[in-house]
Design a protein around this ligand. Structure first.
Ligand code: AP5
Length: 210
């Protein structure tokens, strides 16, 4: 049985948080194109240099760059029996490219939603470490303020987490990514993203189990 899942939803809805829980539960990789791109930016690779200004503005990195990066990742051994995709595909061109890469397609699309107000509240309170561990200042705080529980690194705010950029990311989501919900209509499960991480987790695992 393969577990080829996609988690989709607006910026800050909790995709990465829930994808980590799914990955741990089923022993499949959490494949986040946003995290992969941020790693390229941090390492100063050619891809990172090309992507940085686009990401800082909250726009989509060109499809050819992202598709090549994703294709390489899901061809790795640990993704043979499945993966949880987070942040890819983000438009119809990327969905078509994924169809070409995957015989049999995806098994399930988990569509998370919350209001724009909650998106802003979650994103402005988000703190991350250099290894991608994510916290929220009030809802999911680290044990020691400003320090990652897992690796002791200092926590920081993402450069694309300002009010202005989040507003653009929401607009990009509506224009380019939300139409994927129709594209995948046959395998979409809608999940209310409001509530604690644990409450949302229960809903997510219910749709995976069904
Ligand atoms: P990406 O990293 O994919 O960003 P995003 O989609 O905007 O999503 P976020 O990472 O902001 O949020 P999330 O939904 O994962 O929420 P999280 O779990 O962290 O993309 C960034 C950029 O990279 C894009 O703008 C683009 O430029 C580029 N890019 C990436 N993929 C691309 C692609 N395929 N094509 C082209 N360009 C691409 O949670 C948010 C906060 O809320 C955290 O603080 C968390 O602790 C908290 N939280 C989570 N759940 C709850 C809860 N239930 N209750 C309260 N707080 C919660």
């Amino acid at each position: 049985m393969t577990r080829r899942y996609l988690i989709v939803g607006p910026p800050g809805v909790g995709k990465g948080t829930q994808a980590d829980l799914i990955a741990t539960e089923f022993g499949i990789p959490h494949v986040s194109t946003g995290a992969m791109l941020r790693e390229h930016v941090a390492r100063g690779t050619e891809l990172g240099i090309k992507a940085k200004s686009t990401m800082d503005a909250g726009n989509l990195v060109p499809d050819d760059l992202v598709v090549a990066m994703l294709a390489e990742r899901i061809a790795m051994d640990d993704a043979r029996d499945g993966f949880i995709l987070d942040g890819f595909p983000r438009n119809l061109a990327q969905a078509n490219a994924l169809d070409d890469l995957l015989a049999g397609g995806l098994d399930l699309v988990i569509a998370l939603s919350v209001s724009d107000e909650e998106v802003l509240r979650r994103i402005t309170g988000r703190r991350s470490c250099a290894n991608g561990h994510v916290y929220h200042v009030t809802d999911n705080p680290p044990k020691v303020a400003g320090i990652c529980d897992v690796d002791g690194f200092e926590l920081f705010q993402r450069s694309d987490d300002t009010d202005e950029v989040v507003t653009n990311r929401l607009a990009v989501y509506r224009a380019s990514t939300a139409p994927l919900l129709d594209y995948y209509a046959r395998i979409v499960a809608d999940v209310d993203g409001l509530g604690t991480v644990e409450q949302v987790r229960s809903r997510v695992f219910e749709v995976i189990g069904s």
